[in-house]
Design a protein. Structure first.
Length: 509
């Protein structure tokens, strides 16, 4: 692709946030102070516009907002609503101490556009000379051009830029920044109870909020402005153009404007007990504040939240609780199928079923002597695990068990559910061994060791069966947990292409 400058303009306007008289007081307007647009043109000639808007928030915080239209090609589950997006970066400008920037633009296009706006301006010189701290709340490698630009364009005589982030982010930066950039900055790991003194009497508080999908996450609170910089938490993917105000609005209509976007983003990232713990840390931060309350939430994507702050925070808690409840009580089902010549294998099956039920899981009992292949197939499709029991008759399993085994092994399911085998025998017990061997060869994980009973099962064997039922449920839950963990991100292993010269080139264009 190549970059083509489509248009550049400067706008100045005052926008009222629509508060009622005396609603909260003190917060009156936001002002769009500049906007520029660059287009990415690919070989087919398609054009996708990216805007960068610089907005002044009422509390003195400056927002740089990269705006992506709904037609801009962005891929991933979080963009499934195709509603566009923003990348938000915030600048705190204390009067007599180094400035603090929170966040980083996440694409080369938006980085180039911001730098183009600042080229040869007093604003650029002031930013580069006054900026002392960069706080990162998320990292996937795409932020490297922006970070290096901030580091390398500062005056050479300046003190090193302090880059604050959680330990996973610090490790990733060491692996991805150029050596020149590393030499001109200082990486500062944020740990429990870490704070940042912005100016005398103004101390930013950090809270680590890791989740499976966001192991590097942290939030930051600025008491002077009452701003909670929330990172990915409370974000939404929706285009907020230069003509729109950067805040949410009050009332039911204000909630409904972004409710679906907020929920979709939540649904993608915050669906586990770890996420619930992170959200509760944010609540604890808000509850333990002495002095200024949380007046607004400044996320990495979407609108700055002022009118719906506490409703959205409460909704996050409710949504997470609902997600976890649904998962915990989801109707898991184990299929217990068997054939029994003299009733002994059935006795084993019933004991295993008792163990499964004791763990709160539904049991579908199936006597194979009275079940068709189609019924077995349907039951397999519905279950989260199964056990199959067979007597040994003349050294073999009976025909009904062979047919059921054939249905199992011919299943087209990509994910093999856990299983177990059991049976009674009189002399040799080959049927249980064959069941185990065939299922293992078919790729099915065994939830417990095979259970065999010679003739009538003893009390000890029946207890073993009940324990096997409990173990089956544990295995199913572990597989479910492993699937969730497989969706987790490892930030420390993020690798990006060499970017040593990208930032300098962007500034020089």
């Amino acid at each position: 692709t190549c970059s083509v400058l489509v248009a550049s303009a400067a706008l100045s306007a005052t926008r009222r946030r629509g508060r009622g008289a005396g609603a909260h007081g003190g917060h009156g307007s936001s002002r769009v102070v500049s906007v520029a647009q660059r287009a990415e043109v690919d070989e087919s000639g398609d054009v996708d516009a990216v805007q960068v808007v610089q907005g002044q928030m009422p509390n003195g915080v400056v927002q740089f907002r990269a705006v992506y239209s709904k037609d801009f090609p962005r891929y991933g589950e979080e963009y499934d609503r195709h509603a566009g997006s923003t990348e938000n970066v915030y600048l705190l400008k204390p009067e007599n101490t180094p400035w603090v920037m929170v966040g980083a633009l996440e694409s080369q296009s938006s980085t180039n556009e911001l730098l183009q706006q600042l080229k040869d301006t007093d604003a650029k010189q002031e930013l580069m000379s006054r900026l002392g701290h960069l706080v990162l709340q998320y990292f996937d490698g795409k932020q490297v051009p922006f970070i290096e630009a901030l580091i390398l364009q500062r005056p050479t005589e300046s003190t090193p830029l302090l880059v604050h982030g959680s330990t996973p982010i610090i490790i990733a930066l060491k692996n991805n920044l150029s050596q020149e950039a590393l030499d001109r900055c200082r990486l500062v790991p944020v740990k429990k109870n870490t704070t940042l003194e912005i100016e005398e009497g103004r101390v930013m508080r950090f809270v680590l909020t890791p989740t499976e999908k966001l192991p590097e996450a942290l939030v930051a609170f600025d008491p002077a402005t009452g701003t909670l910089f929330s990172g990915k938490f409370f974000s939404a993917h929706r285009t907020i153009p230069s003509t729109a105000q950067l805040f949410d609005t009050r009332g039911i209509a204000g909630w409904e404007q972004y409710a679906d976007d907020w929920f979709h983003f939540f649904d993608v990232y915050f669906f586990t007990k770890t996420a619930q713990a992170a959200i509760r840390k944010i609540f604890m931060l808000a509850e333990n504040l002495h002095g200024p309350d949380v007046e607004e939430i400044a996320p990495l994507h979407g609108p700055v939240i002022q009118e719906q702050v506490w409703k959205l925070m409460a909704k996050y808690e409710a949504w997470t609780e609902q997600k976890i409840r649904e998962e915990d009580r989801r109707d898991r089902e184990v299929l217990v199928m068997y054939a029994s010549a003299y009733g002994h294998t059935k006795t084993l099956a019933m004991a295993i079923a008792d163990g499964i039920r004791s763990s709160g899981t539904y049991v579908n009992e199936m006597d194979l002597e009275h079940s068709s292949a189609a019924e077995v197939s349907r039951a397999l499709e519905a279950c989260d695990g199964f056990v199959i029991g067979s007597p040994t008759l003349a050294g073999e399993m009976p025909t009904q068990v062979k047919e059921a085994l054939g249905v199992v092994l011919s299943s087209a399911a990509e994910t093999k559910v856990p299983c177990g085998v059991f049976g009674s025998f009189g002399w040799s017990g080959e049927a249980v061994d064959e069941l185990q061997s065939r299922l293992k060869d078919g790729g099915y994980p065994m939830a417990f060791d095979p259970i065999r009973a010679k003739f009538r099962p003893t009390d000890d064997i029946l207890k073993q069966c009940e324990a096997a039922g409990v173990r089956m449920v544990q295995k199913i839950r572990q597989i479910s947990l492993d699937k969730k963990k497989s969706r987790a991100r490892d930030v420390t292993n993020v690798k990006v292409a060499s970017v040593e010269n990208q930032a300098r080139e962007a500034f020089s264009k």
